[in-house]
Ligand binder design. Structure first.
Ligand SMILES: *Cc1c(COP(=O)(O)O)cnc(C)c1O
Length: 454
């Protein structure tokens, strides 16, 4: 077996990383409704190009089933640690006394600690090919911001991250990580944009929100030369980039000689790690070649899949983005401050929404205390401290494994552990001190949603 002398890795390992991304759009049971304006008219691809790189817009609207991964992107995937490992949670199985086999794909080995670099790298590369010099984005807790900061450093693109002010002040470590990679991190609302200045004039102590930060990042991209905006979830193209996760997992199960999975599980914020992991399997399920239950997990504090409506809504709080059709709690929804910051978004990806409507994907919701309890049980068995977001998948998997024991069923459960929680220990500290709250929003006022049919 020839070993690469630099990476000390067998070429067979590198072949696990796919050469194409998988686009689920042509395989869905119905077409994805196009983005629209408030008057109901369809947003044209050229209009999206004001904000996003052209190639990203092409991928966003593509009906090709497979899109080639550019070689420099695939090379960068190899360099940051792809293929990520597929691990068997043997000790967890033993401690649960379950007849089920449990496997997990571990995205936490990537330098920024989660799957988000898979799309950040693709987006920074596309920008570099189109002469774009700067990318702007928003970040809440900082996971997406740090992924884009890393990608910018790799491909020579300047990155400016508008970081929600409370997080900027209270969560310094992800800010420092972004700054190490050379990104400029600005607390939002800021004086750099007219949106930010207006908010600060009215309320100098405004703590900021993801909605405000998105508005600032988009305004920055629209008003500065050679600058585009970058988004870390929800878009078809972002889920497309993440399909390296599921394609690798399928190949790894095959190399292990394992039977096809009976259950696939992932946590959902906007849907990118879930879609990236499950869509290559769902392709087989839709063709009748795989009989697996596919389970999407969300927090009860932000239950867009289990309690939301399927409607056209804005992607941001301020209403600057096009309207997209999705399961939503309404763009003005303010979630309780749970620690799984990446799962607080008000909507989910349009492709995932269609799969939910057709019963291909089954949603479940959990409270954060039971989620942290499951994550701690997992950490003691497997060593990895899950990100609070990923911990939602862990909780669902433990429930499935216990059910398998009760029914004496031989299940093969495979889940995506989207990231580690070593920069989220505050949440664990609160859990250990018994300080976590399980507030659930009681009702959702959706009367303000724009009335757009389609
Ligand atoms: C951001 C994030 C999520 C949620 O975002 P998706 O787009 O739904 O994947 C989940 N897990 C981790 C570790 C994250 O950083």
């Amino acid at each position: 077996m020839a070993i690469d002398p630099i990476k000390l890795r067998a070429p067979q390992v590198e072949e696990i990383v796919p050469k194409h991304w998988y686009n689920i759009v042509p395989d869905l049971p119905e077409p994805v409704p196009p983005p629209r304006k408030p008057d109901g008219s369809i947003v044209k691809p050229e209009e999206l190009e004001a904000v996003f790189p052209k190639e990203l817009v092409r991928q966003e609207t593509s009906m090709e089933r497979y899109i080639a991964i550019p070689e420099p992107v695939r090379q960068a995937y190899l360099e940051i640690g792809r293929p990520t490992p597929l691990l068997r949670a043997r000790r967890l199985e033993e401690r649960l006394g379950t007849p089920a086999k449990i496997y997990y794909k571990y995205e936490g080995v990537i330098p920024t600690g989660s799957h988000k670099a898979n799309t950040a790298i693709a987006q920074a590369y596309m920008a570099s090919q189109e002469g774009i010099e700067r990318l702007t984005t928003e970040t809440g807790a900082g996971q997406w911001g740090s992924a884009l900061a890393l990608a910018g450093a790799l491909f020579g693109i300047k990155v400016r991250v508008y970081m929600v002010r409370v997080s900027y002040e209270q969560k310094p470590y992800r800010r420092v990580l972004m700054q190490i990679y050379g990104a400029e991190v600005v607390p939002s609302p800021s004086k750099l944009t007219s949106v930010g200045r207006k908010i600060l004039e009215e309320d100098p102590d405004n703590p900021g929100s993801l909605g405000i930060a998105i508005s600032e990042a988009i305004e920055d991209a629209l008003t500065n030369p050679n600058t585009k905006y970058s988004l870390g979830s929800v878009l078809n193209a972002v889920l497309l980039h993440q399909t390296v996760i599921g394609q690798e997992a399928m190949k790894q199960l095959e190399l292990l000689g394992e039977e096809p999975p009976t259950h696939l599980v992932g946590a959902v914020g906007g849907g990118s790690n879930f879609g990236g992991f499950t869509y290559p399997f769902i392709k087989e399920k839709l063709r009748g070649k795989l009989d697996a239950e596919v389970i999407a997990v969300e927090p009860k504090a932000a239950p867009s899949m289990t309690k939301g409506v399927y409607a056209y809504d804005y992607g941001d709080t301020a209403g600057l983005t096009p309207l997209i059709k999705m399961h939503t709690l309404g763009h003005r929804f303010i979630p309780p401050p749970i620690h799984a910051g990446g799962l607080r978004y008000h909507g989910v990806a349009p492709t995932l929404s269609i799969l939910l409507n057709h019963g291909v994907v089954k949603p479940v919701a959990y409270k954060q205390t039971e989620v942290f309890e499951a994550a701690r049980f997992f950490a003691q068995a497997e060593g990895i401290v899950p990100a609070p977001e990923s911990a939602h998948a862990v909780k669902a998997v433990i429930d499935l494994a216990r059910e398998a024991k009760k029914k004496n069923e031989k299940r093969i459960i495979v889940f995506n552990l989207s990231g580690h929680g070593l920069l989220d220990l505050k949440g664990y500290e609160d859990y250990l001190a018994g300080r976590l709250e399980d507030t659930e929003p009681e009702s959702f006022d959706l009367s303000y949603l724009p009335k757009v049919e389609g």
